[in-house]
Ligand binder design. Structure first.
Ligand SMILES: Cc1ncc(COP(=O)(O)O)c(C=O)c1O
Length: 295
């Protein structure tokens, strides 16, 4: 399955209110979302039959659209139901979901006041984002050339497709040099995030993480911070300068796709995955897996 291109797979995709055969879930080449980036999306994981923090993801999808100036023509409950229906139609118990909303083809220009807002949800099997062995040993990261833009330059709180343009460029540049990913700085030169995940560092048993004032405050980030607090770890959210990286002993990244992944290298800086990273990896795994009969 992994080698089959995404547009040629079998199954079902929820598309504007109904399940359609996977291969029929198409868009026209003259689609506003394709030409002008008027598109928002979510990435969610299904663990043992339950979508982790489904409602939070759906609410973020609606918020992302609102920030781009469009309204999803369904309720949050409808989209939650669509996600559950899609997973069922796909026969999945573990996997990844991709809800997406975009402006359609009625008008073709910067202005798109009358364009239909389309919504789709696809789900498929998707194992570890990074090589599972590397997840504990620590991935190697480059430092990206592009920076996360200022909130005055881009709608940085929206999970908008357009904001991923510099992520793909940065990830490709890193992969070309043999790295797994890249760390992006922000427009001020502070440490921001990875191309699809948030970042954490450890110094003297204390966790430090960049203040999410110009990038996504990830759902996994907040989950892991809650888990860390439950363990009694101190967490400091602050602006982190790249010159400080040598002061940290551990580094890990968090995201729906990446889950909790240890980092061994960022450019010239070295980290040793240690106890805090390992504890939070395990706590996250326990947290995302539904607690059957716990209630
Ligand atoms: C750029 C970026 N930052 C952070 C995250 C982490 O967000 P979440 O934990 O909600 O998946 C993601 C993944 O969605 C992302 O793409």
């Amino acid at each position: 399955m992994a080698d089959i291109p995404f547009d040629q797979r079998d199954g079902w995709i929820w598309y504007n209110g109904e399940l359609v055969p996977w291969k029929d879930a198409k868009v026209h080449v003259l689609t506003h979302g394709l030409h002008y980036g008027s598109c928002v999306f979510e990435g969610e994981r299904l663990y043992n039959g339950e979508i982790f923090k489904l409602r939070e993801h759906t609410e973020r999808l609606f918020k992302s659209a609102e920030i781009l100036g469009f309204k999803i023509p369904y309720t949050v409950e409808d989209i939650d139901k669509a996600c559950i229906e899609t997973v069922k139609a796909q026969g999945l118990t573990n996997g990844y979901l991709r809800p997406v909303a975009w402006r359609g083809s009625e008008m073709m220009g910067v202005s798109a006041q009358n364009n239909r807002i389309n919504v789709a949800v696809a789900a498929w099997e998707w194992p570890s984002y990074f090589d599972p062995e590397q997840r504990l040993k620590g991935i190697r990261m480059d430092i990206a050339q592009y920076r996360r833009p200022s909130p005055e330059t881009a709608p940085c709180k929206s999970k908008a497709a357009g904001l991923y343009m510099i992520c793909t460029i940065s990830k490709h540049a890193a992969e070309a040099k043999g790295y797994a990913d890249a760390m992006m700085l922000d427009y001020r030169g502070y440490v921001a995030e990875a191309t699809g995940a948030n970042m954490f560092f450890v110094k003297d048993g204390v966790i430090h993480t960049p203040t999410p004032d110009c990038f996504l405050d990830g759902i996994t980030r907040r989950t892991v911070m809650d888990l860390a607090r439950k363990r009694g770890y101190e967490i400091i959210e602050r602006h982190i300068k790249p010159e400080e990286l040598d002061d940290f002993s551990e580094c890990f990244i968090t995201g729906t796709a990446a889950e909790v992944t240890a980092v061994a290298e960022i450019g010239p800086h070295r980290f040793t995955p240690g106890e805090i990273t390992k504890v939070l990896m395990d706590d996250y795994t326990a947290e995302v897996n539904p607690k059957k009969g716990a209630a």
